[in-house]
Ligand binder design. Structure first.
Ligand code: DNO
Length: 389
């Protein structure tokens, strides 16, 4: 097994140049056609133009992160077949251009969620964090979602209410922005109609479109998608690599179906082919105390095609993103188990990074600063080499 170090790159939306990523020492970038609207076909000429640009700087590109799944597919709407046809066409075009792995997710509406983008983790360095109290504050007191108050323990609601009462307007706006825009827009573009509508009202309208779907409904819709997409991917030679729910819990009443080992047992049962694969994100899955990352890698090693490496530290009200090497024994086990797989290479990236050094001087996308991620890349590379000695 060869581990190939990569950084994520957001194309023209990225303040970091490909040349900097190359100079920084990554061997590959993981990226996407970021200017495309979700659901449209990725044409071969567009893929190969980006490929030529990437290769021109000396970097490789074998993993797409990500090819987003249209909400109509997740909702199981009558028109979903057209969107699935488009998805398959994109996969075939990617395969024809030599792309091997395609990362995606099946989370309704929100891709990933954090409540705090500048959580202090020492002097002059900060991280991303998730705090249930702040989520409850938004859900119950700002969004005022029906039934939200029943979704959290009473002491959390009381604390959220106290915080809400003391909150000034800019802080309130910042929280709304963080949840609905700051962590979302740069990944897949604006969520649904949120580009134009008032953020909070627009979000409630989008949530309403998932009314009554629930975890079982979402699983049915996912299975329908996989039934068509896995055989097509397999025929084209593409390894699909679904990203886990982040965080791995239902939020805002939306179902989440890839959060636990049992969920992945279900996924593997639906389509045993290794083309129905996984992005092993240790940070996302590790945000649940009952997820055993070491047991997970042992069980699903052969279907892991892409690695997101970082660890989270759990708090009594959520988690924050820790150092990339903060759980060395777990990381060593992961490297060893995956390393035993012969004839396979796997791309890994430091998942997110703390802001350090001059990261504070540029408006990098949340979680994707230059120096914090390069530090993670170097640490992980060195760690993996040491594991092999
Ligand atoms: C966040 C990322 C996610 C991930 C997508 C994959 O930092 O891990 O945006 O790329 O969920 O589809």
């Amino acid at each position: 097994m060869e581990f190939i170090g990569a950084l994520r790159w957001f194309g023209n939306r990225d303040l970091i140049a490909l040349e900097e990523i190359y100079q920084g020492g990554a061997r590959e970038v993981v990226t996407a056609l970021h200017a495309k609207t979700t659901g449209s076909v990725w044409e071969m000429d567009e893929i190969s133009a980006l490929q030529a640009r990437i290769h021109g700087t000396g970097l490789g590109w074998s993993v797409v992160e990500s090819l987003p799944v249209h909400e109509e597919i997740k909702k199981g709407s009558p028109g979903r077949d057209q969107w699935i046809d488009n998805y398959i066409a994109s996969l075939q075009n990617l395969a024809a251009c030599g792309i091997r792995v395609v990362c995606y997710n099946f989370m309704p509406l929100l891709d990933w969620v954090r409540t705090d983008l500048a959580y202090p983790v020492g002097r002059h360095r900060d991280a991303l964090a998730f705090d249930w109290i702040r989520l409850a504050l938004f859900d119950v007191f700002i969004l005022q979602r029906k039934g939200a108050a029943d979704a959290y323990p009473a002491p959390w609601i009381h604390e959220a209410e106290a915080q809400f009462t003391a909150m000034d307007e800019p802080t309130r706006e910042a929280l709304i922005h963080t949840l609905l825009k700051g962590t979302q827009h740069f990944v897949n573009g604006p969520m649904g109609e949120l580009a134009t509508a008032d953020l909070v009202t627009g979000f409630q309208d989008l949530l309403d479109t998932y009314q009554g779907i629930g975890a079982d409904g979402l699983k049915d819709n996912y299975r329908y998608f996989l039934d068509r997409v896995v055989p097509a991917a397999s025929e084209a030679g593409i390894f699909l690599a679904v990203h886990p729910d982040d965080p791995p819990f239902p939020i805002f009443g939306l179902p989440r179906i890839l959060s636990t080992t049992a969920d992945y047992d279900w996924l593997s049962g639906v389509h045993p082919s290794v083309h129905n694969g996984i992005t092993f994100c240790t940070g996302s899955l590790g945000s649940r105390a009952d997820n055993d990352l070491e047991a997970f890698v042992e069980k699903f090693a052969e279907r892991i095609h892409f690695l997101h490496l970082r660890f989270t530290q759990l708090t009594d009200r959520g988690f924050f993103e820790d150092e990339h090497l903060s759980r060395p024994a777990t990381l060593k086990h992961i490297c060893q188990v995956l390393g035993e797989q012969r004839n396979k290479s796997i791309v890994f990236r430091p998942d997110h990074g703390h802001r350090i050094l001059s990261d504070f001087n540029a408006a990098y996308h949340p979680g994707y600063p230059l120096w914090g991620r390069l530090k993670g890349l170097y640490e992980l590379e060195a760690f993996m080499q040491a594991c092999r000695l």
